[in-house]
Design a protein around this ligand. Structure first.
Ligand SMILES: NC(=O)c1ccc[n+]([C@@H]2O[C@H](COP(=O)([O-])OP(=O)(O)OC[C@H]3O[C@@H](n4cnc5c(N)ncnc54)[C@H](O)[C@@H]3O)[C@@H](O)[C@H]2O)c1
Length: 342
C-alpha cells in the first residue's frame, strides 16, 4: 500500500555494497515518499560512483559527514552486521530515523546497545525483514490474523541460496545469524502472536565437507516449539543448484497457506540444467517489490502515516532465535529461549 507523503523523507545510505546500492537506487527512483540525498562508504570511490549514477547530491567515505548533513532525515544502515550497532548509535544520537538491514547485530550486547540508543533518542526504527512486505507473505499473515486458518499448529520456512562463492568469508554461525534470521522472523510473523520458547538445531558442512574443520555450517535444520504448543521447522542451504528458493507454510485447524509454491503440478523437478517450474537465481528478483515496499512503509512511518513494523523487538527476537539455534548446534541439545535472554 502506498501512502501519500507531501514532503519526501531525505535518506542517506551508510554502506553502498550489494544491498545498500539496491536500496539507494530504490530511494532515488522508486520509493514513494523518499528521496536519496547522501551516500557514505569507507570505499570512497564506491560512494562517489553510486552518487554520480543516481544523481545523489552528497557522498563521503565517512558516515559522520552524512549524519551531520541536515538534508538527511533518515538513514539506511547497510554496512556489514558487525558495524550495525555503532552506526545505529551514531545515527540515533544525531536524531535520524533509522532503517537497518538485518541482522541488528551478531550478539545481544551489541543489539542491546543499539536498542538503548534508539529508545533514548526516540527516533523511528525499522529492521530489514523485507519478507513482511512481500505481497504473498502479507496475504498469509492476513489469513492468520483473520483466523481463516483457525488455530495455528504447524509452521515451516526455508531459504536456499544458489551458491557459496567465498567460503573463507563466511563467519561461523552465518547460516543462523545472516540467513535463517529471515526465517525466524517469518516464523514469528505468521504465528498469530505465539512466541517460540525452545529451539533445537542441527547444522553441518554438507556442501563443502572439507571446510568442516574450519567450522563452516552450510546446511541447517531447526525445530521450534512455541509458548502455545505450536511447532515449526526452518531449514537452509547455501547451495541450491536450481536457484534462489524461499518458501513458507502456515498450517492451522481450519486450513493451510503456502508461500512460494504454485498449485497444479504433480511434481516439481529442479536440476542445475533446468526445471519444470524455474526459480529465479537472484534474491533481488524474488523480493524486488518487497525491498521497495519496506522503505515506502518506513518513510510513511517517519511521517507518522504508518504504524511501526519490523520493529526493534522483532529484530531482537529473531536474533535470540538465531543465537539459540547456533548454541543448540554447538551443544547438541534443545535450548530454552530463557537461556539466551539472560
Ligand atoms: N534483507 C536482505 O535480503 C539482505 C540481502 C543482502 C544483504 N543484507 C544485509 O545487508 C548488510 C550488507 O550486506 P551486503 O551483502 O550489501 O554487503 P557488501 O559487503 O556487499 O557491502 C557492504 C558495504 O559496506 C561498506 N562498509 C564496510 N564497513 C563499513 C562501515 N564500518 N561503515 C559503513 N560502511 C561500511 C563496504 O565498503 C561495502 O561497500 C548485511 O547486514 C547483510 O546481512 C540483507
Amino acid at each position: 500500500m502506498t501512502v501519500a507523503i507531501d514532503l519526501p523523507v531525505g535518506f542517506g545510505v551508510i554502506g553502498v555494497g550489494l544491498i545498500g546500492a539496491h536500496h539507494a537506487s530504490n530511494l532515488a527512483r522508486r520509493v514513494a515518499g523518499a528521496k536519496l540525498v547522501a551516500l557514505a562508504d569507507p570505499l570512497a570511490t564506491v560512494a562517489e560512483r553510486a552518487a554520480a549514477a543516481l544523481g545523489c547530491p552528497a557522498w563521503s567515505h565517512d558516515y559522520q559527514q552524512l549524519l551531520a548533513d541536515p538534508e538527511v532525515e533518515a538513514v539506511v544502515v547497510a554496512s556489514p552486521a558487525a558495524y550495525h550497532a555503532d552506526a545505529i548509535v551514531a545515527a540515533a544520537q544525531a536524531g535520524k530515523a533509522i532503517f537497518c538491514e538485518k541482522p541488528l547485530a551478531h550478539n545481544l550486547a551489541a543489539a542491546d546497545r543499539a536498542i538503548q540508543a534508539v529508545r533514548h533518542a526516540g527516533v523511528p526504527f525499522q529492521i530489514g525483514f523485507q519478507r513482511r512486505f512481500d505481497p504473498a507473505f502479507a496475504r498469509a499473515r492476513k489469513l492468520v490474523d483473520t483466523r481463516e486458518l483457525g488455530t495455528i499448529q504447524l509452521l515451516r520456512s526455508l531459504t536456499r541460496d544458489p551458491s557459496i562463492d567465498n567460503p573463507e568469508s563466511i563467519a561461523v554461525g552465518s547460516i543462523f545469524l545472516e540467513t535463517l534470521i529471515h526465517d525466524f522472523d517469518v516464523l514469528r510473523f505468521l504465528a498469530g502472536g505465539a512466541e517460540p520458547v525452545e529451539v533445537y538445531s542441527n547444522a553441518d558442512a554438507l556442501i563443502l565437507p572439507d571446510w568442516r574443520p574450519r567450522g563452516l555450517l552450510d546446511t541447517a535444520v531447526v525445530m521450534l516449539r512455541y509458548d502455545n504448543g505450536a511447532m515449526a521447522t526452518a531449514d537452509a542451504s547455501f547451495r541450491a543448484v536450481y536457484g534462489y528458493d524461499v518458501r513458507a507454510e502456515v498450517f492451522g485447524s481450519a486450513g493451510m497457506a503456502s508461500v512460494g509454491d504454485d498449485p497444479g503440478l504433480a511434481i516439481v523437478h529442479h536440476t542445475a540444467s533446468g526445471s519444470n517450474r524455474p526459480r529465479p537465481h537472484w534474491f533481488i528478483d524474488v523480493f524486488g517489490e518487497a525491498y521497495a515496499a519496506e522503505l515506502a512503509h518506513f518513510a510513511a512511518h517517519v511521517r507518522g502515516k504508518a504504524a511501526a513494523d519490523a520493529s526493534l523487538d522483532d529484530a531482537r527476537a529473531a536474533l535470540v532465535l538465531a543465537l539459540a539455534a547456533l548454541r543448540s548446534t554447538q551443544e547438541h541439545r534443545p535450548i530454552s529461549i530463557n537461556e539466551i535472554r539472560v
